[in-house]
Design a protein around this ligand. Structure first.
Ligand code: ATP
Ligand code: MG
Length: 337
């Protein structure tokens, strides 16, 4: 039976953290056995709000590739590629841009929230927002459909973007004839991973991220300042693990000692400092295989580059085939065989 196609992506704006791992990548690693998976390093999209910092985007392309490979994305099962090296996506974006109104883009909840979060770039009321940023959902629709993506595994924040893509596909098919596939979003069980500071989202820009590549000292500093039950004042006060971020992370990394952690916390026989120290040890154990693989790839950068080159070549062949169909439907297939 032919495998269904997955297309999903990640922006090269920084290294990967535990929010990415548990919210998205863990699921991608599982899905690559059952699906024909395509993982895009979305540098064009990263440039929409980092256009003045090309160095940052460039450096993170390789970092993200190393992170993904270290987490278990397997180039023998999946296609890992760089967005800007597929000009067909840019071409498709131009054609799709006729099918979307400005009003609809401004109403997109993800775009609206992100414009609000980026006051430093786009001004207090978004007065300096660029055409490229408002339009990034159109380019994301091109990312997905250029590979005939059917399933898009993402975090919750991405749902309005997938809905916008589905609208574009329906409009295209109704005007130019049945050509494109309408994708569906696939959410993982962990829709949104909280930060150690208690924030609803672990995020790069929120300063609360534990990176997969963090050293033991960095993890120590972050875990030691994590938010615990504020009602627990003394070491042997009983506490409520449900409101404790340390407990939340013990659970997330699947500490095999979790029942003891929970009962000792509840009956006051476990101090927060000891509990945090245990989390640091378990977190380092959890990260070790990922960090070992990272070390390997850091010493074999040629291998990383080869994986990206051959993945991108594969991806480009697929996008070219889609564009052929699109041009034919749009009656702009001049002199094509
Ligand atoms: P940026 O701030 O540059 O947008 P980001 O941290 O949001 O970076 P993306 O590259 O936009 O990362 O997202 C990659 C994937 O990771 C998306 O599917 C997103 O939904 C998911 N993701 C990111 N942070 C979390 C989190 N804390 N919990 C769950 N999923 C997350
Ligand atoms: Mg994001």
């Amino acid at each position: 039976m032919e495998q269904k196609i997955i297309l999903t992506g990640i922006r090269p704006t920084g290294k990967l953290h535990l929010g990415h791992y548990f919210g998205a990548i863990q699921n991608w690693v599982k899905l690559q056995d059952e699906y024909n998976s395509h993982f895009e390093i979305a540098d064009v999209q990263a440039l929409t709000d980092n256009f003045d910092n090309p160095k940052k985007v460039r450096e993170n392309v390789r970092e993200i590739a190393i992170d993904l490979l270290s987490c278990g994305i397997d180039p023998n099962k999946s296609t890992l590629f760089i967005q800007s090296m597929i000009p067909e996506i840019a071409e498709l974006t131009v054609y799709y841009s006729n099918l979307v109104t400005m009003a609809r883009l401004y109403r997109n909840p993800t775009v609206k929230t992100e414009i609000g979060q980026k006051k430093a770039i786009f001004g207090n009321s978004g007065e300096s927002v660029t055409y490229g940023f408002v339009g990034y959902p159109v380019s994301q629709a091109a990312d997905i459909t250029a590979f005939e993506g059917e399933c898009v595994p993402v975090g919750e924040d991405q749902l309005p973007l997938i809905e916008q893509c589905r609208e574009i596909v329906r409009k295209f098919n109704s005007i130019y004839g049945e050509t494109l596939k309408e994708p569906v979003a696939v959410l993982s069980d962990n829709k949104r991973i909280k930060g150690l500071d208690g924030n609803e989202k672990m995020g790069k820009s929120l300063g609360n991220a534990i990176y997969l590549a963090d050293t033991e000292d960095e993890i120590k500093n972050k875990v030691m300042s994590a938010v615990t039950d504020p009602k627990k004042i003394k070491k042997d006060d009983p506490a409520n693990p449900k409101v404790c971020m340390v407990y939340y992370y013990h659970k997330l990394i699947k500490n095999d000692n979790i029942n003891t952690v929970c009962s000792e916390c509840k009956n006051g026989t476990r101090g927060c400092v000891a509990c945090k120290k245990e989390l640091i040890t378990k977190m380092m154990e959890f990260l070790k295989p990922i960090q070992d693989k990272r070390k390997y790839y850091e010493q074999h950068l040629d291998e990383v580059d080869q994986i990206l080159i051959s993945g991108t070549n594969n991806a480009r062949a697929k996008a070219k085939a889609t564009m052929k169909k699109v041009r034919k439907s749009m009656q702009i297939d001049y002199y094509e065989e």
